[in-house]
Design a protein around this ligand. Structure first.
Ligand SMILES: Nc1nc(=O)n([C@H]2C[C@H](O)[C@@H](COP(=O)(O)O)O2)cc1CO
Ligand SMILES: [Zn+2]
Length: 160
């Protein structure tokens, strides 16, 4: 008889996003994204981090102060890394699973890449203009927004 306590596709893909986010060196917000096609095949994964091929030590993780001395102009968002890690493969009709609601810049990239569904967990910056612009664009572009309610509080992974 088959197991009944296997995880759902949605929990699986969001779990993979969160696992990917654990690679992030951002001390305040770790974001992971997982892009999945219509056949439930993972097409790409990403997390927020600094640009490739440079030392992470060359950039600051600071949030406040002079713009150029903060992380904001330099960090690549999880969703953008996931899109770019697909290396030009078609993302038409795909879904993206991301633990934090995408900003306006990621929203533009998600829409332009052909992704049609965004599954997210939290929307902690909902009151910012960035997220308002993001939702406006997603709605205009008919991208479905789904706040995932996982069927479990946590997934434990044991290395043994
Ligand atoms: N959807 C997102 N994907 C992301 O990868 N990020 C990244 C950019 C920063 O590294 C961090 C946000 O930093 P903070 O402002 O919460 O300290 O998360 C942020 C958002 C927010 O919309
Ligand atoms: Zn973003």
């Amino acid at each position: 008889m088959k197991r009944n306590d296997y995880i759902s596709w949605d929990d699986y893909f969001m779990g993979i996003s969160l696992l990917s986010g654990m690679r992030s060196k951002d001390p305040s917000t770790q974001v992971g994204a997982c892009i999945v096609d219509k056949n439930n095949r993972i097409v790409s994964i990403g997390y927020n981090g600094f640009i490739n091929g440079c030392s992470d030590e060359d950039f600051p993780w600071t949030r406040d102060g002079e713009f150029l001395e903060t992380k904001y102009p330099y960090v690549v968002h999880a969703e953008q890394n996931a899109i770019l890690n697909a290396r030009g493969k078609s993302l038409e009709g795909c879904s993206i699973y991301v633990n934090l609601f995408p900003c306006h810049d990621c929203a533009r990239n998600i829409i332009q890449s052909g992704i049609k569904k965004v599954y997210y967990l939290v929307d902690k910056y909902a009151d910012t203009d960035s997220i308002k612009a993001s939702k406006y664009m997603f709605n205009k572009a008919n991208v479905e927004l789904i706040q995932l309610k996982p069927s479990m509080d946590k997934i434990e992974i044991e290395f043994k």
